[in-house]
Design a protein around this ligand. Sequence first.
Ligand code: IMP
Length: 505
Amino acid sequence: MSVSQKMQRLYAQARRIFCSAQMLIITGSYWGDEGKGKIVDFLSHLYDLAVRYSGGAGAGHTLVTPEGKKFVGHLIPCGIAQGIRCVLARGVFFDLKRFIAEFEDARRVLGKKLPPIWVDKYSPLWTPWHELFERWLEHSAGGKKVGTTGKAIGPLAGLKVLRCGPQVHHLYQSKALRLRLQGLYRALKPDFDAMVKAGLIKRQDIPLPIAVEKALLRDAAIIKSMVTDTAHELSGAYTAGLRILFEAAQAPGLDIDLGTWPYVSSGHSVAGGAPLGSGLPLKAFAKAIVLMVMKALPTRVGEGPFPSEIWDRKKASWFAKMHPNLFKNTAERNAFLRDKLQRINDGRATMADWSQYFQVLGYELGATTGRGRSVGFMDLMWLHYVIRINGPQYFALTRFDMLSGIKKIPVVIGYLLDDKQLSPGMMPDTDSLSRIRPVYEFWEGWDQDITGITDWNKLPAAAKRYIWKLEKRLGVPILLIGTGPERDAIIIRPDVAKRSRHKSA
Ligand code: IMP
């Protein structure tokens, strides 16, 4: 079957399931980097608009087209590759410079003719001071820093709440822009002075308001035709019956209110962020489908608790930095993976071996920062918590192929806090979560490499049993299964699809 025939078959199956609802919200499950980009890219041809509703340039959503073209969207929704209108809604922190660079990148990778883009006029606007201020906050936190992406997400969110700084529309009102920039500069100046005093920056590193204004105005004209009141436009689109796909940034574990605060990003990454970030009323979401994307092996970068983490975070990150060759397609990489898998299956593997195997196999390097990601095992306790918050109808399980060849697959099924078992769905505070001890089960694995399989019936019996067991424990069907990075490396479960058609009929 040719690539396009395969895609047509998959698309037809997807259409039958997703056409029952006008709105689709796609969120992550753990701490981000779960392959949302791939799932959004795969499904967006079924929608008229793709909307990013939270986060900022710190996110990194990767997609690979059937032609092998790779695009990483930091601000622009992944729907761009399928040619549908893309919306950066009000919940997005807007970084003009990075947006323009990303737009150029999209043109280069995906072709000159890109679909139209709307940028919300009332979104908070990035300045270089936000980024300086973030360095100060991280420095001042001492040993308790967040380990941010350095894209000023926290300051953009915080100063928005303090009603300080410019919004996108101020780019086109020169007097208002100047006043807003001066106000922001005055508010932050004492911190910049302290940074100079602490030797963190030099005085000449602090741009003056006039320079910031000039730089912003230089780029403002490029996006002028895209800037609009997206809440109003989306309301019109909704009323006209257009189909809308909402793409969360990051994942529930990094949600400002429901994640592992303070080791979180600063937006609403949960499904409930969609009405807030888009300005659409709750009734628009009454029949929305929520699809949660979860990676077969969760990862985390930055600081903060990660209950099913396999190895030490710093060591994992350091390991990736010290062995760049293993993250390229080299003979060294293949030999390394063979050796580690052997150890795992012989029962000789240390936690470092397990972690390194999955880090290398999954190319676990941050799409925005290039930092090495630390890997954990599938964690049912965490998933029970995020299911409670997001209420998904379906899961998309990505990177299922990474479990191929492992005889006994560890899965976290319980949390012990001070030797007491926590009940599913309950989440302790962040400090306690750092202290929990995971309880494991070992699930039966399979030998065959399942990379690239698109037919459920071609999966080995043990792989199917893994899926059935997982969804039974979680109480949410696993509709989509990713078996590789390409758009067409995906399985749509026929049994789940059949049940869902039944329900919506
Ligand atoms: P911030 O969003 O840059 O403020 O970073 C806050 C925390 O969220 C840090 O631990 C980051 O590593 C993490 N984070 C932010 N964006 C992403 C992402 O797209 N993937 C994974 N982690 C992220």
